[in-house]
Design a protein around this ligand. Structure first.
Ligand code: WTA
Length: 576
């Protein structure tokens, strides 16, 4: 296919089935109030997102429809909406029997499994606030989050429970262990025994739309990870973006590759499909091109939501592999989390014969905000246009809107249904995002073109995005200086063709330590063991001294300039 043909395929094919046939019309006529009418609570006043995701479909006669198609290396199971309703009822009763009530924080720390999804929705059914954690987290990362949120219970596995430092977590009363075959330890309970004893009839906790539902910890440029709180009201946006962006249709098989430890894995791995009554695929285990293509082939996946690093890795193994699998079921492909290179979009057209639709949003926004829609032409490299009901703009540092093609702060006019409602224990951090009324300031820089498409340019702050994972340089630096050899550390994101960015650490050693390959490995492992593998620097460079301000802050911008061979700019605040 020559380039001209490719560009033509970027123009959408309209289908009568699709319900966002004209973006402009939808954008100008849209009202969130109209979406509320889709939910029973607009009539009964009784709200719980978990009811809308599972029970409602059973009440409407769809109980036998498949909700979850789960598989990993050892298991292959499917669950209907009725079965998920029963399981989550039971788990709700389990929590109630432990005295857990509305507003309590329940964490989930385990690999993807049907039990994870059961615990997630079951907790929300009784009004608890769920905090999902990546299985990759090591002790420090787990401890920070459980301490900050004062979690009362955690659902985990025999292997992962070793990373929960009970002695330092007095508020954590219950450790519910899935699949424990040995002895139960202090504060531990068996998930299976509790579930067996629990009734499958549950009185759902009806909550307020503004009551807390989930807590996702994410990184900023300073301080420890922050707990971003989302409320039940977010369901409006999860539901409607599921329709118009994911283009979910009743008979679809949908696969979101994200782990629920990341907001994409809850908003679009659970809520969007289930609020729409759509069958969702969950594949456990590690990424491998064969495994992923097989997952699409075997489940006949129609809608596939993944991330740029994954697409780049699939691209890197070559085009031939795609011909070994039957990918003809794919109708719609989407991406989120990092800039989606124009090159990847073109490659997607060539090998899948599909456009990859980029979507932009953040943990803090709770749901998709700027997207490419099936009914709209794609400009490769652009994130697309704001979702109906959302007003996005580029503003200067005073909050004034800037004209097209001018780079500035990507901002969103407040509020919107899935907007975060709090940073746990940190109102000041929360207020910082909203300092330029009426805007929410994203921390991303971008520009808008004359057609209203947004183009991502980078982060305004030092936050690193490696393979779509948000990593705060301060957290990594704090861990590094805990190592006995490290006197000072400065951490930056270094551009990388596959991962977007990789983490690079500049380190000044303490007296008596010499740079060596062995020390580099040791320091990398130190971060891996303490935090998580993805937070460990892939590159370490030793320097006698690091650039600092007179107040002692490491000047990451100077490190970055060193790395990229660019001018270091204004150094007037640097110490001698
Ligand atoms: C980046 C939750 C470019 C961006 C989904 C944002 C993107 C951060 C895109 C949020 C995109 C996300 N193009 N950059 N389509 N989507 N980002 O909260 O910098 O883990 O601020 O993502 O990822 O990261 P988070």
């Amino acid at each position: 296919m020559n380039d001209k043909n490719i560009e033509q395929e970027l123009i959408p094919v309209m289908t009568t089935e699709h319900n966002l046939t004209c973006y402009e019309e939808a954008y100008y006529n849209f009202k969130w109030e109209d979406i509320e009418k889709e939910f029973s609570w607009s009539r009964t006043g009784k709200v719980n997102a978990a009811y809308e995701a599972l029970d409602r479909h059973v009440d409407e006669g769809l109980g036998d429809k498949l909700a979850l198609l789960f598989s990993d290396e050892t298991r292959e199971e499917s669950y209907t909406f009725a079965e998920m309703k029963t399981l989550t009822n039971k788990f709700g009763n389990v929590l109630r029997s432990l005295g857990i009530t509305k507003g309590d924080r329940v964490f989930i720390f385990m690999p993807r499994s049907p039990e994870l999804y059961t615990a997630f929705i079951g907790s929300i059914k009784i009004g608890a606030i769920v905090g999902p954690l990546f299985e990759a987290f090591m002790e420090t990362a787990v401890k920070d989050r459980l301490l900050d949120s004062e979690a009362i219970a955690i659902v985990t596995t025999p292997k992962l429970k070793e990373r929960i430092p009970l002695a330092e977590l007095p508020a954590l009363k219950h450790v519910i262990v899935v699949g424990e075959k040995g002895q139960l330890g202090e504060r531990e309970l068996s998930f299976e025994i509790l579930m067996e004893e629990a009734s499958d009839q549950l009185e759902i906790e009806w909550v307020d739309r503004e009551d807390g539902m989930q807590l996702h910890y994410t990184s900023g440029s300073t301080g420890k990870p922050k707990g971003v709180l989302h409320v039940h009201n977010a369901m409006l946006q999860h539901f409607q973006t599921g329709k118009w962006v994911l283009d979910l249709r009743q008979d679809d098989i949908y696969w979101c590759t994200a782990d629920p430890g990341w907001v994409t894995g809850t908003a679009y791995g659970i809520w969007a499909p289930w609020l729409n009554g759509v069958t969702t695929v969950v594949r456990g285990g590690r990424f491998s091109p064969d495994d992923w293509y097989q997952t699409i082939e075997k489940n006949r996946v129609n809608v596939w939501y993944s991330a740029p690093t994954a697409f780049r890795m699939l691209m890197a193994v070559g085009d031939d592999i795609t011909t070994k699998f039957d990918l003809s079921s794919l109708r719609h492909v989407l991406s989120v989390g990092e800039p989606l290179n124009a090159e990847v979009v073109r490659w997607g057209l060539k090998v899948y014969r599909k456009r990859i639709h980029d979507t932009w949003w953040m943990t803090e926004t709770g749901a998709q905000m700027i997207c490419n829609y099936p009914s709209m032409p794609i400009k490769p490299g652009s994130m697309g246009k704001p979702f109906p009901g959302i007003y996005a703009a580029i503003v200067d540092d005073q909050g004034n809107e800037l004209p097209p093609y001018t780079m500035g702060n990507l901002a969103l006019r407040t509020p919107w249904p899935s907007m975060m409602r709090r940073i746990w224990n940190n109102p000041n951090k929360y207020d910082e995002y909203f300092r330029l009324e009426p805007w929410y300031i994203s921390g991303d820089s971008a520009y808008k073109d004359e057609d209203g498409y947004f183009w991502f340019q980078g982060r305004v702050d030092d936050v690193i995005n490696t393979s779509g994972e948000r990593v705060g340089p301060f957290e990594v630096e704090s861990k590094l200086v805990e190592h006995p050899a490290v006197a000072e550390a400065g951490v930056i994101g270094k551009p990388d063709p596959l991962r977007g960015e990789i983490i690079k650490a500049f380190i000044a050693l303490r007296e008596g330590y010499q740079p060596s390959e062995q020390l580099i490995e040791e320091i990398k492992n130190f971060v891996k063991r303490g935090m998580a593998a993805h937070a460990a620097p892939r590159e370490i460079e030793f320097r006698d001294k690091l650039p600092k301000t007179r107040s002692g802050k490491i000047m990451r911008r100077v490190l970055k300039a060193w790395e990229l061979g660019l001018p270091t700019g204004d150094l007037s605040t640097m110490e001698d």
